[in-house]
Design a protein. Structure first.
Length: 463
């Protein structure tokens, strides 16, 4: 049987895509209009409706809820947030620690709400294991571990080769770091369950309703305009498709493969009984999980960016990318060499120019937005949504400032990306440099990060 390519993602393969809700029937009004039916938009609708049940909330979604990154990601519910180190430089270490603690708590919050609302998303709290399999990766891993402890993760642990193998036998792994602040989940089950939950609360969701322009108090679609005092942009990697937003966040491409279910004999060679989410310390990093039905789902960077901020066609992935991910799977787990790749797909994530996730409400216009998660959105979307709730309640006079509205990522402004062709040339050059650095580090006995990667970090804004 051949590999299924695209079709949104594997996560929809065994349950089917949702039955579409009705599009917007014409001009409408609301108290809050949310553009985007992914995690950010749905969590925001959930917390606003829970806080103020009488609010008239409308969600507008171009395709169906979970069509984008929320239905295609790697299923990592974990405490990472893009931009924390930069926020420490801008606002001080203590402010960044508060942000990190909020992210640690967010993992618990998502698990709590899923249980309370009876959303069965195959959640298993096994933590996050990040491994190193070169001397350079090991040096970065130890530095990373030290930094995370400095930001308050006292329950994080560092492991050598033997302890790492006791968790997961990754070929050549020489060390790892583990945090309990993480869980594996099924992305599509979470987003479809969340959509059903908010709809049951009384939130109006219109699907097949692309928004072409957002302006103060207006969300414009081909079927009509929704007018609302608050209009929230929750479009992440698809933001560039909105009028005037082409250079706001770059839609970075990420690709995934998933194996057929693996037999017990293969799992005996791999371990992974704790079902931790698994990552590495490569520059072009990979991310993986052991699924509820005993497959390995593994992702990484394929074609990193399409010219003009274009997005893929329903997740279809280039054959060369599928092969590269298959080779990585076999290098990490040699006993999977004869395993069929059941499904491959791609999706886009939002990348700000300074790699910092943000949440904002412009009190002069009523326009708000959240995103730029750089691939760490499964949990960050929840924190962003609760923060948007608090910002709207503060602005409307229903409450005062809260701990969340005081976090350093609130109202952070990011400069725009360069115009084409500089954007395309820059991204492709950077990721070619990262891949080159990874190849060189695989064969180098030196513990230092490859100089090519250091230059790429400085140029990209990550360093």
């Amino acid at each position: 049987m051949n590999t299924v390519n695209g079709g949104i993602s594997f996560w929809y393969a065994n349950q089917g895509t949702p039955i579409p809700r009705e599009p917007l029937p014409g001009d409408s009004t609301a108290d809050v209009c949310i553009v985007g039916g992914g995690y950010t938009g749905l969590w925001t609708a959930y917390y606003l409706k829970k806080a103020v049940p009488f609010l008239n909330i409308t969600v507008l979604e171009a395709k169906f809820c979970g069509y984008g990154a929320s239905g295609r990601n790697g299923g990592w519910l974990y405490n990472g947030i893009a931009g924390r180190d930069r926020y420490a430089k801008l606002h001080g270490h203590d402010a960044a620690v508060r942000l990190q603690r909020a992210m640690n708590d967010t993992v618990d919050e998502v698990i709590r709400v899923a249980a309370e609302e009876k959303i069965d998303a195959d959640i298993h709290r096994g933590g996050v294991l990040e491994v190193a399999y070169t001397p350079a990766q090991l040096a970065r891993l130890k530095d990373f571990h030290t930094v995370e402890i400095a930001f308050g993760e006292r329950d994080r642990t560092l492991h050598g080769a033997r302890e790492t193998a006791e968790r997961i036998r990754v070929n050549g792994a020489v060390g790892s770091t583990w945090t309990p602040h993480g869980a594996r989940l099924h992305p599509a089950k979470l987003v479809t369950g969340l959509a059903d939950t908010v709809e049951a609360l009384g939130v109006t969701i219109h699907e097949s309703t692309p928004v072409t322009e957002i302006r103060p108090k207006h969300a414009v679609t081909p079927y009509g305009t929704v007018r609302a005092p608050y209009v929230l942009r929750c479009t992440e990697g698809f933001t560039a498709g909105l009028k005037g937003q082409k250079r706001t966040w770059l839609p970075m491409n990420s690709s995934m493969i998933v194996t057929e279910p693996l037999p017990a004999s293969v799992w005996d060679t791999i371990g992974w009984d704790g079902r931790e989410t698994l990552g590495d310390m490569a520059h072009a990093y990979m991310y993986a999980q052991r699924t509820a039905d005993d497959r390995i789902a593994l992702g990484g960077r394929g074609v990193p960016y399409r010219y003009g901020s274009a997005t893929d066609n329903d997740g279809r992935t280039q054959p060369a990318t599928i092969e590269a991910l298959r080779e990585l799977l076999i290098r990490l787990f040699p006993t999977t060499a004869g395993t069929r790749i059941a499904h491959a797909w791609s999706g886009v994530l939002g990348v700000p120019r300074d790699w910092c996730a943000t949440v904002t409400l412009d009190r002069s216009t009523g326009l708000g937005w959240a995103g730029g998660y750089v691939g760490s959105g499964v949990a960050t979307t929840n924190l962003a949504a609760r923060t948007l709730r608090d910002l709207i309640q503060q602005d409307s006079g229903q409450s005062g400032p809260t701990e969340l509205t005081a976090l350093p990522w609130v109202n952070h402004r990011v400069r725009r990306w360069e115009p084409e062709p500089l954007r395309w040339l820059g991204v492709h050059t950077l990721y070619a440099a990262y891949r080159t650095a990874d190849r060189r580090e695989l064969t180098s006995p030196r513990p230092g990060t490859d100089p090519i990667a250091k230059i790429a970090d400085r140029l990209s804004g990550r360093g």
